[in-house]
Design a protein around this ligand. Structure first.
Ligand code: GLA
Length: 400
């Protein structure tokens, strides 16, 4: 289905539900994201890269004249229904959390009183493309529009961070919402998570030399409840030890590996006990891959970019240990696949998707190769996995 058809479907749903006119309906497009390099370093204030995809969460809405918020979804059952003056706490495994969390973030920082009637839908299977940050950002933009608020992307990054870190309790970094809010078509977004300095880097490669391949593994599972938070804690423990050994002043519990100077790590890294030594090695080698990847992208060297992605994937498997059997198989299959420059887990890598940079001329071979190798290894997902060829797109925005 094209995005125009999808938006029409959402509008028709809203018209039927609340009897509004077409002119009253506004639409937010909030893209899904990939991160070619910079795996699991954002929560340590590291360097990350990302791209917004031409696959998105769409939210059609009509502002209300009272404080009620009513959202339905074309992907999930039920209705998120609450008022801005009494926002309920987080309810485990409920898709309505993102609407409630976004509303709470805004209510606490701005004098807003107008709710909305809305319907939401995503274009891709959920998992690894950060649909959670995309949907959180979509609610923020919709509520801001309904209340006539002008909010910068930087402030929206912080608001969505509140949704994920505080309302939902996931200790993740700023990669997802930053890429969703700061990216641009045909560019690699390069973000320093310590300073929040951002660059949108064009490439000398032409569009017919690369595309973004997303392979959904067929495995879905929320990040809250995976080893995600445990890995964050291990990184912080490694940082704490290295900082203490090097005589760094106390950080008041705000320890991040980025605070550790590379030469301190070079001298003292060997003293870290397992598995903290592996977590720190992942961090420092990934930072270097990001730096090199940005240059490879700039000059259009997709082969080099792919090599770095493959090395990032290997580091995620062996040093960060974030894979799962399905994702690790997919990573290995894609790394051998003709037409693929390089692959790695998308996002956290505990479930969801693998991404790759691939050559557009090889689409059929790639699909056939995956079909030949993946379902035979994991028959349980034979009917669930899917292959998507994507392109970059703009940041989250109102499109109607
Ligand atoms: C998830 C988190 C991000 C980031 C990635 C791994 O997508 O939400 O903050 O840590 O995993 O790079």
């Amino acid at each position: 289905m094209s995005s125009e058809q999808l938006v029409e479907q959402l509008k028709a749903h809203l018209r039927a539900r609340i009897g509004c006119r077409d002119d009253d309906i506004r639409v937010v497009c909030s893209p899904l994201r990939v991160s070619p390099l910079g795996a699991h370093v954002d929560h340590q204030d590291g360097l990350v890269t990302g791209m917004a995809l031409d696959q998105a969460i769409y939210l059609a809405f009509v502002p209300r004249t009272d404080a009620r918020v009513r959202v339905t979804s074309l992907n999930f059952e039920g209705c998120a229904d609450f008022t801005l003056d009494a926002i309920p706490p987080m309810a485990p495994r409920d898709w309505g959390n993102y609407a409630r969390g976004a509303a709470l973030a805004l209510v606490q920082s701005h004098a807003i009183g107008l709710g909305l009637d809305a319907v939401v839908m995503g274009t891709m299977p959920i998992g690894g493309l950060s649909s959670s940050a995309a949907v959180g950002v979509a609610y923020l933009l919709a509520l801001e529009s309904a209340n006539g608020l002008m909010v910068t992307p930087q402030e929206n990054i912080e608001l969505d961070r509140y949704v994920e870190n505080t309302y939902l309790g996931l200790r993740n970094g700023v990669l997802d919402q930053s890429v969703i809010l700061l990216s641009d078509r045909d560019c690699l977004t390069f973000l320093d998570c310590r300073t929040m300095a951002v660059q949108r880097i064009p490439t000398e490669a032409s569009r017919d030399e690369y595309e973004i391949l997303v392979v959904y593994s067929g495995i879905r599972k929320a990040l809250v409840g995976t080893a995600y938070n445990n890995r964050v804690a291990e990184c912080q423990e490694a940082a704490q030890l290295l900082l203490t050994w090097s005589g760094h002043p106390a950080t008041n519990g705000n320890c991040r590996l980025r605070l550790v100077a590379p030469d301190v790590y070079a001298h003292l890294g060997d003293r870290l006990p397992a598995p903290l030594d592996r977590r720190a090695r992942h961090f420092f080698t990934e930072l270097e891959r990001v730096r090199q990847g940005v240059e490879a992208w700039r000059v259009g060297d997709m082969g080099r970019m792919g090599e770095l992605m493959r090395a990032s994937g290997a580091s995620s498997v062996h040093d960060y240990e974030s894979g799962s059997p399905h994702l690790t198989s997919l990573y290995e299959i894609l790394s051998e696949c003709p037409g693929v420059y390089g692959a790695r887990f998308s996002g956290a890598g505990f479930r969801g998707s693998c991404i790759a940079l691939s050559h557009p001329a090889y689409r059929e071979e790639i699909e056939a190769y995956i079909a030949d190798h993946y379902p035979s290894k994991h028959p349980d997902i034979a009917d669930w996995y899917s292959v998507h060829f994507c392109h970059t797109s703009e940041a989250a925005r109102l499109i109607a």
